[in-house]
Design a binder for this molecule. Structure first.
Ligand SMILES: [Zn+2]
Length: 245
């Protein structure tokens, strides 16, 4: 039960067509995933209505955030987009005890996925609380993140001991890296050098830059193939973990 692959995606202000491309692959294969949302757009309605998907929030607590200037206003802003969201991954994995406490105690967040334990074995959920009577916050670390994996020097393949070791394997992808099938950061840099805001990037813009070899998208497809037989969202997984522990 604990040796599971789980799929998550941080939307990170990607245009809808990039989100739809990734979502279509999942839906066609019947594979569940958890999305972390950054902004309002038409595709959000589709994600929310798809039973295979859990929609969580991706608050940006960094200076200059478009989500707000105070931690509580940032959380309120993202929860207004996804009312009742129970799962969070912070943008850039920003963390502090105070932010975690606020999310759990003031905003009803059940699960935080903002901890990257790259390539780690024996990963399992754990829970913390920030006051003696406060609600528990379950933390579900991930072991793979596409933009960080680019610096690992490893092949983009599931055929590696890090992915077959014991423990929970949560994968984190970004739609822009899937669209580019990026295998190295300079693929993304080339897109940035066009000077176009990400929201305005078209399929044609990406087509010219798309990596033809192994990359984020080919790994994503391999994972989906592996997960066809049974998959869970983060929230479903935490239900199972709680029932077992
Ligand atoms: Zn992010």
């Amino acid at each position: 039960m604990l040796n599971r692959f789980l799929l998550t995606l941080d939307i990170d202000w990607a245009p809808d067509w990039m989100v739809t491309e990734a979502a279509d692959l999942l839906v066609r294969a019947g594979v569940r995933a958890t999305w972390f949302v950054t902004h309002r757009s038409p595709v959000l309605t589709e994600l929310l209505s798809e039973p295979l998907f859990e929609v969580g929030v991706h608050p940006n607590f960094l200076p200059g955030s478009s989500h707000g200037s105070e931690p509580a206003s940032v959380m309120q802003h993202v929860l207004d987009m996804v009312p009742g969201a129970r799962t969070v991954r912070t943008h850039s994995l920003f963390q502090s005890e105070r932010h975690s406490q606020m999310m759990a105690e003031d905003f009803g967040i059940r699960t935080d996925c903002s901890l990257l334990l790259m390539d780690s074995a024996h990963v399992a959920p754990h829970r913390v609380r920030f006051s003696s009577q406060g609600p528990w916050l379950t933390r579900v670390p991930h072991v793979f993140q596409d933009n960080m994996f680019m610096f690992s020097g490893r092949r983009w393949s599931l055929d590696h001991s890090a992915f077959s070791s014991p423990g929970l394997k949560v994968f984190d992808f970004h739609p822009v890296h899937l669209a580019l099938n990026a295998h190295a950061f300079d693929v993304y840099e080339q897109l940035r050098c066009t000077g176009k805001p990400l929201a305005d990037v078209t399929r044609a813009d990406v087509q010219a830059l798309r990596n033809p070899g192994a990359g984020a998208a080919t790994l994503f497809r391999s994972l989906i193939d592996r997960m066809r037989d049974g998959s869970f969202t983060i929230d479903q997984y935490v239900d199972l973990w709680e029932a077992e522990s």
